[in-house]
Design a protein around this ligand. Structure first.
Ligand code: 13P
Ligand code: SF4
Length: 305
């Protein structure tokens, strides 16, 4: 059954001249049919270099597809299930961000890419978990407004030596804030021969106890290090799926088996096929919002070159 669907997807991809981009948290079967799998930054960079395709099928959550649409105003960007949202991205409202800007008029605004297009339109620069420290270091001011992930804001402040003003106070990812110091202690006791890596969205006390703090793309690179033979991974569970697929002979264990991002898993092969066939669900960003949001995204992309 799934072989048939995969064949249909391949044919439709050719007919429609489409490219499939997938985030590292997508289920195994989606990662396998994608043309490109990556972290948020790698997907942004890839989405800025798809001149040969007419259509982008984005297997991830809505802020990622919106970002691809902002970068590619002339292409059709489709999200195979329009309920694929990121709870964190909705934790900062336009009003909250505008009032923080009013209160701190001299601060530049760094917006985590996990945010909606309209809030991005109020940002000076966007960042991802892979480049937050680098982005903040590039600012001219010593204080910066950061939204919406509290943990990443603190992390970016420490990495850059600058002071974050974080809005809202409690913006977080429900998956990454599940990890507790006890999880690290237990993993160390059970696997003394393993290294432990966690995502920057984890709480500071968890990050302090880990051996490494990396974005999902950083974890993919770390896993290839010849020094690493057993790695415990403190992020969404399907990242370990990708690591195991790409590094046969090495062992990858999730720090918690319940670290599961529900909306990343609602995309299925059937929905990817239907998205291609029926050209749904198109991600449309208002032109004025998109042109403003593009400035902060482009400023981040320029730093990546
Ligand atoms: P990455 O930037 O590592 O891809 O992470 C995205 C994300 O949503 C983390 O939960
Ligand atoms: Fe959003 Fe967290 Fe899911 Fe990442 S893991 S997409 S931050 S809810």
């Amino acid at each position: 059954m799934s072989d048939e669907i995969i064949k249909e997807i391949e044919q439709l991809k050719k007919d429609k001249n489409a490219i499939i981009l997938a985030h590292n948290y997508q289920p195994k079967e989606i990662q396998e049919i994608a043309d490109f799998v990556g972290d948020s930054l790698e997907l942004c960079i890839k989405a800025s270099d798809v001149d040969d395709s007419d259509m982008i099928i984005f297997c991830g959550v809505n802020f990622m597809a919106e970002t691809a649409a902002i970068i590619n105003p002339d292409k059709k960007v489709l999200l195979p299930d329009n309920r694929a949202n990121c709870q964190m991205a909705d934790m900062i409202s336009l009003e909250e961000l505008k009032s923080a800007k009013k209160e701190h008029p001299d601060c530049e605004v760094v917006l985590y890419v996990n945010s909606r297009a309209e809030t991005k339109s109020e940002a000076d620069i966007v960042c991802t978990s892979a480049n937050a420290g680098k982005v903040v270091s590039s600012l001219s001011s010593d204080e910066f407004i950061f939204a919406p992930d509290h943990n990443l804001g603190v992390y970016a402040g420490k990495e850059s030596g600058k002071t974050p003003i974080i809005v809202p106070e409690d913006g977080h990812c429900y998956v990454h804030t599940m990890f507790k110091p006890e999880d690290i202690e237990k993993a160390r006791a059970e696997h003394p021969d393993a290294k432990i890596v966690v995502h920057p969205e984890c709480n500071d006390d968890v990050r302090q106890l880990a051996d490494y703090v990396e974005s999902t793309g950083g974890m993919v690179r770390l896993a290839k290090d010849p020094e690493i033979s057993k790695l415990i991974v403190g992020t969404e569970i399907d990242l370990a799926t990708r690591l195991a697929r790409e590094n046969p002979g090495k062992e990858f264990l999730p720090l918690r088996r319940d670290a599961f991002c529900l909306t990343m898993k609602i995309i299925t092969l059937e929905k990817v096929r239907d998205a291609l066939k029926e050209e749904k669900y198109e991600v449309v960003v208002d032109d004025e919002i998109a042109s403003k949001a593009r400035i902060g995204i482009q400023r981040m992309l320029d730093l990546s070159n």
